[in-house]
Design a protein around this ligand. Structure first.
Ligand SMILES: C[S@@+](CC[C@H](N)C(=O)[O-])C[C@H]1O[C@@H](n2cnc3c(N)ncnc32)[C@H](O)[C@@H]1O
Length: 296
C-alpha cells in the first residue's frame, strides 16, 4: 500500500528535504514538479558523489529546464549546524536513516523545527518488538544491516507522540534468512514500517469524536478513486467519511486541504472515536447502586 504524498499543485513552491541523497531525492523532485525544490542531505561523501553524478540524468528524464535538487553533506541529527530556516520545508522524507543515528530524539526535534506548520515528516525505518540489547547495538554487522539501531516501537511511539500524532501507513515483518544474523538477534523481531507525522500544534493525544467528516474530491492525480492517508484511512472519492478531530486537522491544515470538503466543527464532543485503537476503559454495564456505598 502506498499513501499519496504528492505535494505538486498544492503548494505554490513545494520545498522538500530528503534524508539520504538517493534515490529518494529524485522521486521527491519528480513529485514536487519543476517549480519545487528538494534538498538531499547525506553524511557520506561517496553517497553524495553518486547522487550528483546522476542529477542531470534525472533532470533530463523529468524534462525540467534545470535541476531542482541541491545535495548537502551533513548529519541529520545536527541540522542546526546547517543554515536552514525554521518552518521552511513542506515535506521531509527519510528512508532507513534514523536507525543508523544514535540520537533519534534530535532527529525528530530538528525535523519538527524545519517543517512549516502543516508540513509533514514521512519516514520509513526499522522497528523492533523490544529494546535491542546493548551488545547487539554495538555489533558492526547488525549496524550494517540496519538492525542494531532499530527503534523499539513503544519507545518510538512515545518519542513521536511528543511531536504529534504519528500515523502508520504500512508495515511488514522482516524475516531474517541469514543464519548467523538470526542466531545473533535471537528472539528480537524486526519490522519495516512507514509513518507520517504532520506538524500541527495542539493535536489531541487520542482520536476524539466530534461528529466531523470529510469528502475526498478525487483530485490527487495518482489517486482518483481513493486516497490512502494511512493504514486506517482509505478514503473513497465522493463518499462522506467520518473522521476524528486530529485527522480532520491533518487534512484541513496541510497541503492536502484543496483535495477535500470539510463538514462539522468541534463544538460537540461524542467521546473517543470508535475503532481508533483506544476505547472506553470502563465497563458499560450498569451496576445497581449500593445503599451507603462509597462515592467512587
Ligand atoms: C540504508 S541507507 C538508505 C539510503 C536511501 N534512503 C535508500 O533507501 O536507498 C542510509 C543512508 O543514510 C546515510 N546516513 C547515515 N547516517 C547519517 C546521518 N547521521 N546523517 C545523514 N545521513 C546519514 C548514509 O550515508 C546512507 O546513505
Amino acid at each position: 500500500m502506498a499513501a499519496a504524498i504528492e505535494p505538486r499543485r498544492v503548494c505554490r513552491r513545494p520545498f522538500g528535504l530528503s534524508y539520504a541523497a538517493m534515490p529518494d531525492c529524485s522521486s521527491m523532485a519528480q513529485l514536487a514538479g519543476p517549480q519545487g525544490h528538494v534538498v538531499g542531505i547525506d553524511a557520506t561523501p561517496e553517497q553524495l558523489a553518486i547522487a550528483r553524478a546522476h542529477e542531470n540524468w534525472h533532470r533530463d528524464r523529468f524534462g525540467y529546464p534545470k535541476s531542482t535538487v541541491t545535495f548537502v553533506e551533513g548529519d541529520v541529527s545536527r541540522l542546526d549546524e546547517l543554515s536552514f530556516d525554521n518552518d521552511s520545508f513542506d515535506l521531509i522524507v527519510s528512508n532507513c536513516v534514523i536507525n543508523l543515528i544514535p540520537d533519534k530524539a534530535a532527529v525528530f526535534a530538528a525535523a519538527y523545527r524545519l517543517l512549516k506548520k502543516g508540513g509533514e515528516l514521512y519516514f520509513s525505518d526499522i522497528y523492533s518488538d523490544r529494546r535491542v540489547p546493548a551488545v547487539l547495538r554495538a555489533n558492526p554487522i547488525l549496524h550494517g544491516e540496519c538492525l542494531a539501531g532499530a527503534l523499539y516501537w513503544g519507545d518510538f511511539l512515545n518519542l513521536a507522540k511528543s511531536a504529534g500524532d504519528p500515523r502508520l501507513v504500512s508495515d511488514r515483518s522482516l524475516g531474517i534468512n541469514d543464519l548467523e544474523i538470526a542466531e545473533l538477534v535471537g528472539p528480537v523481531e524486526f519490522y519495516s514500517a512507514t509513518y507520517r507525522l504532520f506538524k500541527l500544534d495542539g493535536l489531541e493525544s487520542a482520536c476524539e469524536d466530534y461528529g466531523q467528516a470529510v469528502r475526498y474530491r478525487g483530485t490527487v492525480p495518482e489517486a482518483v478513486h481513493n486516497f490512502v492517508l494511512d493504514k486506517h484511512h482509505d478514503i473513497d472519492a465522493g463518499r462522506l467519511f467520518p473522521v476524528c478531530g486530529n485527522t480532520y486537522r491533518m487534512l484541513q491544515e496541510s497541503r492536502l486541504a484543496p483535495h477535500f470538503e470539510f463538514f462539522g466543527d468541534t463544538n460537540r464532543h461524542y467521546g473517543i472515536f470508535k475503532g481508533c485503537g483506544t476505547d472506553l476503559p470502563f465497563s458499560r454495564e450498569a451496576q445497581r447502586a449500593v445503599a451507603g456505598g462509597s462515592c467512587c
